[in-house]
Design a protein around this ligand. Structure first.
Ligand code: LMR
Length: 397
């Protein structure tokens, strides 16, 4: 049977990890997969996670199943983190949550729910969007179309064109939006622009599906959730996929959640019952360890404060790196303006290099990034920043 299967090319993002590992150059620079790195180039276990993990393991008396929708304390804590404690939509019982297998699992659960409600729906994603949105959303039968988003000339958003495209969508179209730290471009909407998008969504009766994978790493834990909280106050239906991979540093533990907001508590419960059935069909139940850690952190005032400080340290380091990178690139490649990198947020920016230049950076300088020239800014540090800027200067001048 399996002789018919062809070997597939590596994943465009994950394939870089193996290529980087196989490179023996002492100068190699990994700006590929989107994981946070500290000044030593490590992706550390957060201190709040270490402490919470100890407490969880000491208390744990069984490994029996948790529940089909996952850890209830985690789900509630994630609702308050995303929507803000006391949000009217939460108080009205209009939000139901199912734990996901990471943010990817949450996105897939959202896609499956849309497909169950309206088979073959079209999801409109930004151009460009995170590469893995495509298989995650289309894998269950949804169709994908794009709306204009990134403007390489300015490093910002083609906002007028984006609005125009959204205005023209038929009612009930699904629009996937990145809450903050847009992946792959780093170009985010301002609060004023979010209000304009909301008005279009309301007029067109569109279904917003917000992906919030980087809460806290852009402008702040609350600021990054601005769109979620605004939309939840104003729209009848909303899906929000959240991830704990980056802001809790829990990548391999696969902790995430899908929040479902509908017009009433009973409809949200109905949607949740569908999700539980979908999850049962796909993987039965989510893993518990990461969710238990997050719920411990968010329930304990001291751990929560520590987490806030650790997230803020990550965010400040990324922002400082963005400023340093612009300075070094200005010196190494004066013919180009990279100032947009300092205005963007989160882990990613597009360098603006062609695929040939990306290949040359890798072959000649051992610098790794995805072929669209997305760089993970957090992969830079004092020791490799100048080297990276000089390499870019050589290849892109
Ligand atoms: C990325 O965009 O690099 C991260 O979200 C990791 C992944 O799974 O692609």
């Amino acid at each position: 049977m399996f002789e018919r299967l062809e070997r597939l090319p590596d994943d465009p993002i994950l394939g870089l990890m193996a290529a980087f590992r196989a490179d023996n150059s002492p100068e190699k620079v990994d700006l590929g997969v989107g994981v946070y790195r500290n000044g030593r180039g490590e992706t550390p276990v957060l201190e709040c996670v270490r402490r919470a993990e100890r407490a969880v393991l000491e208390r744990q008396s069984t490994k029996t199943y948790v529940a089909p929708a996952g850890n209830a304390a985690f789900n509630q804590a994630m609702e308050r983190l995303a929507f803000g404690a006391g949000h009217p939509a939460l108080n009205a019982g209009r939000v139901c949550t199912i734990q996901g297998v990471g943010g990817c699992g949450a996105l897939r659960l959202g896609a499956e729910l849309i497909h169950a409600a309206s088979p073959g729906s079209v999801v409109h994603v930004s151009s460009p969007t995170w590469a893995n949105h495509v298989p995650l959303l289309t894998g269950c039968g949804l169709k994908l179309e794009t709306y204009p988003y990134y403007d390489p000339a300015t490093g910002g958003v083609r906002f007028g064109e984006m609005l125009q495209a959204l205005e023209s969508l038929p009612a009930a179209s699904v629009v996937l939006l990145h809450a903050s730290c847009h992946n792959p471009t780093g170009a985010d909407l301002s609060e004023e622009q979010w209000r304009e998008v909301l008005a279009v969504v309301q007029r067109g009766r569109l279904l917003p599906f917000i992906d919030m994978a980087y809460q806290g790493l852009g402008a702040g834990v609350d600021a990054d959730a601005f769109a979620v909280r605004l939309f939840a106050s104003e729209v009848p239906e909303l899906l929000v996929a959240v991830s704990c991979s980056k802001n809790f540093g829990l990548y391999r533990e696969r902790a995430g959640a899908l929040h479902i907001l509908t017009e009433s508590a009973s409809r949200s419960q109905a949607a949740l019952s569908q999700e539980v059935r979908i999850a049962r069909r796909l993987y039965s139940m989510p893993p518990d360890h990461g969710a238990a850690i997050v719920s411990e952190i968010l329930a304990d005032a001291a751990l929560r404060d520590l987490w806030q400080r650790e997230v803020s340290d990550m965010r400040e380091r990324i922002l400082a790196l963005r400023r340093d990178l612009v300075r070094e690139l200005r010196a190494a490649c004066p013919s180009r303006d990279f100032g947009f990198i300092a205005a963007q947020r989160g882990l990613f920016s597009f360098l603006g290099a062609s695929p040939e230049q990306v290949a040359a950076l890798r072959a000649d300088y051992h610098v790794y990034m995805t072929v669209d020239s997305r760089i993970n800014v957090a992969g830079l540090r004092g020791e490799n920043l100048k080297y990276f800027a000089r390499s870019v200067g050589q290849v892109m001048r």
